[in-house]
Design a protein around this ligand. Sequence first.
Ligand code: PBG
Length: 346
Amino acid sequence: MAPTSSRIHPVSEPARTSRLDLVQRPRRNRKSDWARRLVRESALSVDDLIWPIFVMEGKATRAPIASMPGVERLTVDEAVRAAERAAKLKIPALALFPYIDPTLRDPEGSEALNENNLVCQTLRAIKAEVPEIGLITDVALDPFTSHGHDGLLDDGRILNDETVDILVRQALVQAEAGADVIAPSDMMDGRVGAIRAGLDEAGFTDVQIMSYAAKYASAFYGPFRDAIGTAKTLSGDKRTYQMDPGNGLEALREAALDVEEGADMLMVKPGLPYLDIVWRLKEAFGLPTFAYQVSGEYAMIEGAIRNGWVDGDRIVLEALMAFKRAGADGILTYFAPRVAERLAAG
Ligand code: PBG
């Protein structure tokens, strides 16, 4: 029987008579900001951030990278300023990537073994002025080779074992210059074990290895190759050493080998398109596991932000939260300083 008021407000009648008999109403826990904060399962903090930076020769110069708007290559003195900014923001660590002068590149990547190369200069300069920040260096030959590959090239093939010998020496040169964490991104077989043995033999038993355990042959690296100047020189692709995007179980096998060989931390790369891999590695090994939100991911998000198509603050935090939800302990992200500032502002 309809109440008399229904004649005055006829639309309210169905709403009042159709209440569901629900015991579980998940929306209760979302009813207000305090409730949402209280039940939130994952949290993002500044402690989760690793900031990758690009360095180049010269003084007091920052050079924009067209495909990574907002990211610049920095001369060593500017890299020290960036490290100071990062330390002030409490970002735990930086990852260094060099733009090597093209005249210094050769087929063997010999500049990688120069103990005064750009990476080593940057390591020493930051260690001297900002000793409290962690420094992670990339082990791979691509910034140093004229052909842009991560290893030695012989008649179109990337040589594995010969490359590993050089990578061990590259890691030692970096450790000597002050690297805290060696991050092999080359995907040669056996390199983690060889680098661990080399470091230990030279007395660098405390230098950690963050292994790019599952690194896929990805189009998402495009802007990075602009940044380090290998986009134009790269001959062919990296599919004979980087992983096929269709494979998930293979990531578990790759990671198992790296764990056996002495990796202290694992990394998955790219990030967002490979969240399932982050989850699987964390579940399987329980090691500190990182995701690299790579240059192409940055470019897509930043491009949309700059066009006003998405809400910049929210989309970046949401993407980084996704990594945490997937089990990542931390994220390498070009957004690191901006996010740290945002988090500090509350
Ligand atoms: C190369 C290396 C790459 C990246 C990190 N180390 C590119 C590649 O394998 O070609 C990509 C990082 C990014 O795209 O942000 N050893």
